[in-house]
Design a protein around this ligand. Structure first.
Ligand code: G3P
Ligand code: CA
Length: 276
C-alpha cells in the first residue's frame, strides 16, 4: 500500500461512521462526469507564451485548478522557470540554461516568439511563481532534467519550507519529474508533499514498476498515448492518482474523461472546463 495512503487510512477510518460521511460517500461529479483537475500545461500555452507570467495569469483567469511549471537553475544558482534545457526556442537568446547567468537569463525576451503582444515577457523565477500564485491556484512543479543541476531538490525544498508550503494542507503543491531518483529524494525531503512520476514509456506501466512507484509517489502521470482503463484501475488500486498530458485537442480531453483520470494536463484549459 502507498505509504501516504497508509497514514491517511487512520483518519479515514475515524470518519467512516461519522454523520458527515454520507455527504462525501460518492465521488464529486460535474453532471454525469467525474471531477477532474484542470492543469494548465506551462500555463495556458495554447494562447500565451509557455512558462511566463502572461500564460500563468491567463490560466488563472480561465479557472484552471493548477498551473504546471518547469524548474531549472542558472549558472549562478537561481531557480528559473523554463521548459527546454536551452533558451534558443522560446527566447531571443542562445545557450544552455545551466551555462547562463541569472542576469543574462532575466534580460531575455521569452514572449515575442509567441506574438508581438507578449514582447518583453521575462523568464520567471521559481520564487516569483510561488509568491504570486500559491493560495490562488495549485502549482504542479516539474523538476526538468534535475540530473543537470545537482542539489536542486534541496533548493526547491528550502524555497517551499520558507513559505510553509511543505505541510499536508499545502495549498495544492505537487512535485513531479521524469527522473525517478530525483523524486525519491524529493519525497524524503518533503514527506508531506505529493510526488508525481512522469513517463511516456510503456515499460513503466508494468505491475512491478507501478508497485515500486507507489512506495514514494502519489501521482502516476503518463502521456495520454499509453493510458488505458486497465492502467487507470491499476494506479488507483495502488492508492495513487493519475494525471495525463499533453491535451491539445477536444478529442484527447474527451478520451481522458472517458478513462476517468484524475487530472488532465492541457495547453487549452477550456477543453477541460467548458465554462471558459
Ligand atoms: O506535466 C506533464 C508534462 O509537462 C511533461 O512533459 O515535456 O511538457 O515537460 P513536458
Ligand atoms: Ca513540464
Amino acid at each position: 500500500m502507498n505509504k501516504k495512503l497508509l497514514i491517511g487510512t487512520g483518519v479515514a477510518l475515524s470518519l467512516l461512521f461519522s454523520p458527515i460521511s454520507q455527504a462525501f460517500a460518492e465521488e464529486p461529479t460535474i453532471g454525469e462526469r467525474k471531477q477532474v483537475d484542470n492543469i494548465a500545461h506551462r500555463g495556458a500555452t495554447g494562447y500565451a507564451p509557455e512558462n511566463t507570467i502572461a500564460g500563468f495569469d491567463l490560466a488563472v483567469d480561465m479557472k484552471a485548478d493548477y498551473i504546471e511549471i518547469d524548474v531549472q537553475r542558472s549558472k549562478d544558482g537561481e531557480l528559473v522557470v523554463i521548459h527546454d534545457t536551452s533558451v534558443d526556442r522560446t527566447t531571443d537568446g542562445t545557450g544552455k540554461v545551466g551555462d547562463l547567468t541569472f542576469d543574462y537569463l532575466r534580460s531575455l525576451d521569452a514572449g515575442s516568439w509567441k506574438g508581438e503582444q507578449f514582447a518583453g515577457e521575462p523568464i520567471p523565477t521559481f520564487e516569483e511563481i510561488l509568491d504570486r500564485y500559491h493560495g490562488k491556484v495549485g502549482i504542479l512543479i516539474e523538476l526538468k532534467a534535475p540530473e543537470l543541476y545537482p542539489g536542486i531538490e534541496e533548493q526547491v525544498a528550502d524555497k517551499l519550507k520558507e513559505r510553509n508550503l511543505d505541510k499536508p494542507q499545502n495549498e495544492k503543491i505537487i512535485i513531479q519529474s521524469f527522473n525517478f531518483e530525483s523524486m525519491k529524494t524529493m519525497d524524503q525531503l518533503l514527506p508531506k508533499v505529493p510526488i508525481g512520476v512522469l513517463t511516456s514509456n510503456r515499460a513503466d506501466t508494468t505491475a512491478e514498476a507501478l508497485q515500486e512507484f507507489s512506495a514514494y509517489a502519489d501521482w502516476f502521470n503518463p502521456s495520454y498515448g499509453i493510458v488505458t482503463e486497465e492502467l487507470v484501475n491499476q494506479v488507483h488500486s495502488l492508492g495513487m492518482q493519475i494525471g495525463s498530458w499533453t491535451v491539445r485537442s477536444q478529442e484527447a480531453a474527451d478520451f481522458l474523461f472517458e478513462m476517468e483520470v484524475d487530472a488532465i494536463i492541457t495547453d487549452y484549459p477550456d477543453y477541460v472546463d467548458p465554462r471558459n
